[in-house]
Design a binder for this molecule. Structure first.
Ligand SMILES: [Zn+2]
Ligand SMILES: [Zn+2]
Length: 165
C-alpha cells in the first residue's frame, strides 16, 4: 500500500531499470503546514533522478515552487518562484524509497525568512496603520518608539524608587 504514494518508489524496480528519471507534481495540501514563515505554496514541481551506485541508490532532486508571500514591512502580497536541489543516498537493502520527507524539508526551506515588496518599502505606520508607500502620514515617531515606552515603565517601577543610579 506504501508504494501507491507517488513519492514512494520500489527500490528493486529502480535497480532493474538501472535508474529512473521522473517529474511530478505532488498534492499541495501535503505541504500546507511546511512553512514556519508565512507563505503559501501555489504550485510545486518535483524532478527526481535516481541512479544506481555501488551498493546504494543515489537520488538527486529538484523542487520548483511558486510561493505566495507577504511583504514583511507593508504586508503586500508577493509572488516568488523559488527552486532548490537535494541529494540523497539509499542503501541497497531498502525495499521502498520514500522521498516524502526530503522533498518536504526542501520545500519547507524555500520560504525566505523575510521578503520585501521593494528594498525601499516604507512599510505601515505602527501608530496609524496607514501604508506609507501609498499615503504619507504625519505621525511623529519621536516619542512613541517601543524603547521610550519601556523607559517610562522602568521609572515607574516601585523597585527603582529612591534608588540612586
Ligand atoms: Zn512592502
Ligand atoms: Zn501614521
Amino acid at each position: 500500500m506504501h508504494a501507491k504514494d507517488p513519492l514512494i518508489f520500489k527500490a528493486l524496480e529502480i535497480r532493474e531499470s538501472r535508474g529512473l528519471d521522473i517529474s511530478l507534481s505532488p498534492p499541495l495540501e501535503f505541504y500546507a503546514d511546511a512553512f514556519t514563515e508565512p507563505g503559501t505554496l501555489k504550485s510545486l514541481k518535483v524532478t527526481l533522478s535516481f541512479s544506481v551506485g555501488g551498493d546504494e541508490l543515489l537520488l538527486t532532486g529538484r523542487t520548483d515552487a511558486e510561493l505566495a508571500l507577504r511583504c514583511a514591512r507593508c504586508d503586500a502580497p508577493i509572488a516568488r518562484r523559488l527552486s532548490d536541489t537535494f541529494d540523497e543516498a539509499y542503501p541497497d537493502s531498502v525495499e521502498y524509497i520514500d522521498t516524502r520527507d526530503i522533498i518536504r524539508e526542501t520545500v519547507a526551506l524555500l520560504a525566505p525568512l523575510k521578503v520585501l515588496c521593494s528594498e525601499t518599502c516604507k512599510g505601515r505606520c505602527p501608530l496609524c496603520g496607514v501604508d506609507r508607500n501609498a499615503t504619507p502620514c504625519t505621525c511623529s515617531m519621536d516619542k512613541a518608539t517601543p524603547f521610550e515606552a519601556l523607559k517610562g515603565l522602568k521609572i515607574r517601577k516601585p523597585d527603582d524608587k529612591g534608588r540612586k543610579q
